[in-house]
Structures are given as structure tokens and as C-alpha cells.
Design a protein around this ligand. Structure first.
Ligand code: S3P
Length: 171
């Protein structure tokens, strides 16, 4: 059974779509951030503030490798930075993986990040007047890695139901 990996920037809808896709397909889902937090016994924000980003990236890489180490079906919502570190983008290309980049525009991402409130250490530390430039540059730097996914789905203006159906049509 294939693993379905959802990649994309922070607040691109990976976790929401993973849950809905799981309901529609019957394939179990996990959120990679939740696995990392469970393994470390603390929140992602606490890992960043107490142990630093490099430690988080190591935990993220280990958790990803472990999640892909068996042949059970799984929908996995990645973190926004997952494909961009430690050669993790190579996992997106594996034969037993269906990887999907949920691609949203900068205005849409900003709107969602601002509405979502805190909990994303990299975004939370940006002063409001610098948020737009931060997201634009960050997304530019990361795009190459997201585009290593096998499929790209544009999400602006689509309902979650539309997006789930679009993914199911790829099965
Ligand atoms: C990160 C995104 C977060 C989380 C961590 C780092 C990033 O996940 O993994 O805060 O580097 O973009 P979400 O994309 O689920 O917010």
C-alpha cells in the first residue's frame, strides 16, 4: 500500500486535507509534527525554543524515516519545512510514495497564518510589518523542494471537498 505525503508551506491545509482524505479513503492519517511532539514529549514550539531548530530538523528527519519504514497505508501531513532539510525531498520521489504539493498563493497563506494565531515558531517571531516579505522570500526559497512532489494541486478558491476529490482522482 502506498504512503501519501502532503507537502506545502505552513497553513497550506496539509493537516485538514489529510484528515478529510483519510475519512474519504479509509486510509489512516498522521501529522508529522504530532509524531515529533509525541516522541519528544513536548510541543513543536517548545522543541524550537528549548532545543533549537537544528535539533527539531533532526527529530523531523528521524520521524519521517520511521513513518516510511513499513508498507502500511498512511496519509502523512508533513511540516512546512520537512522537504527542505536533510535530503528529505528524496522521500517524495520514492516509488512507494504518492507525494502531493498543496500549493497556495502568498496572500492566501498570509491570510490563513494570521487567522490561525500562534504555534508556528518561524512565523510567530516575525513582526507584523515583515510577515508578508518573510512569507514571500521563504516560499521562494522552499519552492524547489515542494516541487519535488509528484503532483501539484492549486488550492486557492477550492473547497476542501474539491481538493480531496482531486487527490482521490489520482489514486
Ligand atoms: C515549520 C512548519 C510547521 C512545523 C514547524 C516548522 C516550517 O508545520 O513543522 O513549526 O519550517 O515551515 P506546519 O506546516 O504544519 O505549520
Amino acid at each position: 500500500m502506498k504512503k501519501i505525503l502532503l507537502s506545502g508551506y505552513m497553513a497550506s491545509g496539509k493537516s485538514t486535507i489529510a484528515q478529510l482524505l483519510s475519512k474519504a479513503s479509509g486510509i489512516p492519517y498522521r501529522d508529522l509534527d504530532d509524531i515529533i511532539a509525541e516522541n519528544a514529549q513536548k510541543s513543536v514550539s517548545d522543541i524550537f525554543s528549548e532545543d533549537g531548530e537544528i535539533k527539531f530538523r533532526k527529530l523531523e528527519h528521524e520521524a519521517l524515516k520511521a513513518a516510511l519504514s513499513d508498507d502500511k497505508g498512511l496519509i502523512l501531513a508533513l511540516g512546512g519545512g520537512t522537504p527542505c532539510y536533510a535530503n528529505n525531498h528524496e522521500f517524495l520521489k520514492r516509488d512507494d510514495v504518492m507525494s502531493i504539493y498543496l500549493k497556495a498563493s502568498i496572500p492566501e497563506l498570509l491570510k490563513r497564518l494570521r487567522a490561525d494565531g500562534s504555534g508556528r515558531p518561524l512565523f510567530d517571531k516575525q513582526p507584523p510589518e515583515e510577515q508578508e516579505e518573510f512569507v514571500a522570500k521563504h516560499l521562494f526559497d522552499r519552492s524547489y523542494f515542494y516541487h519535488q512532489s509528484k503532483h501539484v494541486i492549486l488550492t486557492d478558491g477550492k473547497t476542501t471537498e474539491n481538493i480531496v476529490n482531486e487527490i482521490m482522482s489520482l489514486f
